[in-house]
Write a protein that binds this ligand. Sequence first.
Ligand code: UD1
Ligand code: UDP
Length: 363
Amino acid sequence: MKICIILGTRPEIIKMHSIIKECEDRNLDFFIIHSGQHYSDNMDKIFFEGLELPQPEYMLDVHVQGHGRQTGLILQKVEQVLLKEMPDIVLVEGDTNTVLAGALAAAKLHINVGHVEAGLRSFDRRMPEEVNRVLADHISDLLFAPVLKARDNLIREGIHDENIYVTGNTIVDAVYFIAGDKSSGQGNVSTNVSTIDNKDYFLLTLHRQENVDNGERLKNIFNGLGLVYNKHKKPVIYPVHPRTGKMLRDFNITVPYGIKCVRPVGFSDFIKLQTNAGLILTDSGGVQEESCILQVPCVTLRDSTERPETLEVGSNILAGAEPERILECCSYMLSKENNWDNPFGDGKSGARILDIIEGYYKA
Ligand code: UD1
Ligand code: UDP
């Protein structure tokens, strides 16, 4: 059995980590294709280094912008590699353009596709990620749903139950790998914010297309963050995603006083920043999960979420983009106790997924 692992962005590197490690530990025949969708050192290389991952065998270097060009170029280049290597199964993770292109290239060559983190739904087709994940699910042969709700979504769409495996989310594996590392709870975060005391700051991430490519909405969100600082007087640390940095410049938006912009940080540093934050504000998928796992309250700057478990256990609230609502949601989350259960699994999802794949090819 030959496995091909396709990845291309920061969250895919993090969430494929335990699967790659399992392949290494089991001495399996596998190789990695990196699409190049993320390419800056602090969006790519630091994660390979921090998570001790092997270098990809194939670097496709697709650094272009625009959904059509990006997806199309990755599709073409992945197809060339797959034709040469002809693996038995291609694994993709999540909902990016890399995932859609990788899954599509494999499916057209009649190579099995395994979709890690299958079945998530925001039910908002305006999000490029929703389109990608629905399409990827429907051309996959093995669907690794992280939670029961994701399995239910797939069954409702007519996907056969026997192709779906509920495995937990590999983000728990990655968090435990880093948080279990004794060095990660201590020491300085390599930004200029390392002197801030525990729980004496809030943490922000913001990069979702529908938030940052719309000038009015982006302004509203930062106005809301300004209100949050004025009320709580806690600095809001913001590792700026490159997409958002560009849009803030293009729209000429001045970040309010109290928001401390820093460069994106490595995974271990970001886990430290989350663990020690009083509150997390985000529009990230992964950060909604991690804040839940790390028992830090989260305010999501979106109108919908494909992680409804976080709302159900009470770790997260949807704030949208209106300033007053953002302020209210922060106050509400700060008033609550942080004693919810982690719904995302036991940190052994990577091993479980490899057990299923090995069993599938032995049968
Ligand atoms: C992509 C994914 C999104 C995911 C996010 C993770 C799609 C449709 N979107 O969004 O689902 O949540 O990654 O962070 O696949 N850039 C750099 N350096 C980089 C990467 C990007 O400067 O290493 C800049 C480029 O100007 C690029 C822009 O950021 O055009 C957007 O990058 P892109 O990968 O197209 O989308 P993301 O917003 O990162
Ligand atoms: N992350 C990081 N450094 C940062 C910001 C985020 O390591 O400066 C990690 C975070 O811990 C999470 C992942 O990046 O695991 C989330 O990626 P992102 O928000 O870009 O994508 P999404 O999860 O929304 O697809």
